[in-house]
Design a protein around this ligand. Structure first.
Ligand SMILES: *[C@@H]1O[C@H](CO)[C@@H](O)[C@H](O)[C@H]1NC(C)=O
Ligand SMILES: *[C@@H]1O[C@H](CO)[C@@H](O)[C@H](O)[C@H]1NC(C)=O
Ligand SMILES: *[C@@H]1O[C@H](CO)[C@@H](O)[C@H](O)[C@H]1NC(C)=O
Length: 336
């Protein structure tokens, strides 16, 4: 059985080297995604959403055809008229796209049920350039992309992609609107939401970390799990270590969203049950200002003493302080 006694003392050490966790010189994109599930010849379900990287910023009310703004800054600096025009365009697209697809499904060898995903957006690179993109995928694989005012088939889309592009390229008015969205509206909007949402997007929230064990991976082996939760922004560095050595077997889950917009992740290490001594989980994140979190696996009884000490000392001090304050300002404490 496992003798993990997790030290409450998330010992804080000054980090020697400041690695990539703080660097955020990466591209950032804004994209709208329309997912259409075609069940049969007469039935399609459409969902629209918009995302700033991994963060959902907009939803869509299918009944009213209105955009749902999910963050206080999701409107950027779009005017009421621009929002209305966009809603009309997307509403039109939500009618046109399924009609065209149903009509040509057998010609294109689209077999019911199937999924079509249309993505439209733009990406800001660290140099400041913004490039628009627009793609169409069938069953999760891209078959068309939009370039220079027209739809082009992807190589892996084969002859089907060529047939689909030929049809979509006939809708000239729609292509012109798309070209404006890609080269003008999206870049302006991306800059404006990055500006409006700056405080929220760049907020620094410290992670909490704790240890547990997973199901035993085999006889005489243990699965150690380091949980890290509640941090923002997303880039983070978490490893199982011994001394200065990163343990090679460290495995990481995906970084998953918490409901409050912060992030969560698990980092695993599969080890011999007899080889756990000196192992610790190290967490490096921009919010920690260089003070990495170190969580040690403790086996020896000494750690219990330390935990008790760590809890008791502040408790005693707090109690003493409370008594002192009560004497000094009784009015304040009469509330209790
Ligand atoms: C199409 O699918 C929907 C939802 O599954 C179903 O209610 C409807 O009867 C189907 N229509 C046809 C013509 O199969
Ligand atoms: C896009 O079109 C313009 C003229 O219409 C042409 O000069 C340019 O080479 C094209 N670019 C690509 C990538 O096809
Ligand atoms: C909105 O913000 C973008 C990017 O900062 C800017 O280029 C544009 O002129 C602004 N539009 C209005 C109407 O203020």
């Amino acid at each position: 059985m496992l003798f993990l006694q997790i030290s409450l003392l998330a010992v804080l050490l000054a980090a020697g080297d400041n690695e990539d966790a703080t660097a955020s010189q990466e591209e950032i994109s804004f994209k709208m995604i329309q997912s259409s599930s075609f069940y049969n010849r007469s039935w399609v379900k459409i969902q629209n959403s918009a995302w700033l990287d991994d963060l959902q910023t907009h939803g869509w009310d299918t009944n009213s055809g209105r955009i749902i703004f999910l963050r206080p800054w999701s409107k950027g600096n779009l005017s009421k008229k621009e929002i209305k025009d966009l809603e009309e365009f997307f509403h039109g697209f939500c009618i046109l796209m399924p009609q065209v697809t149903h009509r040509h499904a057998s010609q294109w060898k689209f077999k019911y049920p199937f999924e079509v995903q249309v993505t439209l957006g733009c990406e800001l690179d660290p140099g400041g350039a913004i490039v628009g993109f627009h793609r169409l995928a069938y069953q999760g694989s891209d078959i068309l992309h939009f370039q220079n005012n027209s739809w082009l088939p992807t190589a892996k889309g084969g002859t089907r992609a060529q047939d689909v592009s030929r049809v979509f390229n006939q809708y000239h008015a729609s292509k012109e609107t798309v070209q404006i969205l890609l080269t003008d509206t999206c870049p302006r909007f991306l800059l404006s939401i990055l500006h409006a949402g700056k405080a929220d997007l760049q907020r620094q929230v410290k992670p909490e970390a704790w240890l547990s064990t997973g199901p035993n991976p085999g006889p005489d082996r243990q699965m150690l799990v380091c949980h890290v939760s509640g941090f923002h922004p997303k880039p983070i560095w978490v490893k199982w270590m011994r001394g200065e050595q990163v343990q090679q077997g460290t495995q990481q889950s995906g970084i998953l969203p918490n409901a409050d917009g912060t992030w969560y992740l698990q980092v695993f290490l599969d080890v011999e049950a007899t080889e756990t001594s000196g192992l610790y989980c190290r967490v490096r994140h921009s919010s920690l200002g260089g003070q990495d979190i170190l969580l040690y696996l403790e086996h020896h009884q000494g750690s219990v003493g330390l935990i008790i000490l760590a809890v008791m000392v502040p408790l005693v001090l707090l109690t003493a302080l409370a008594f002192w304050l009560r004497k000094r300002c009784p009015a304040y404490f009469s509330l209790f």
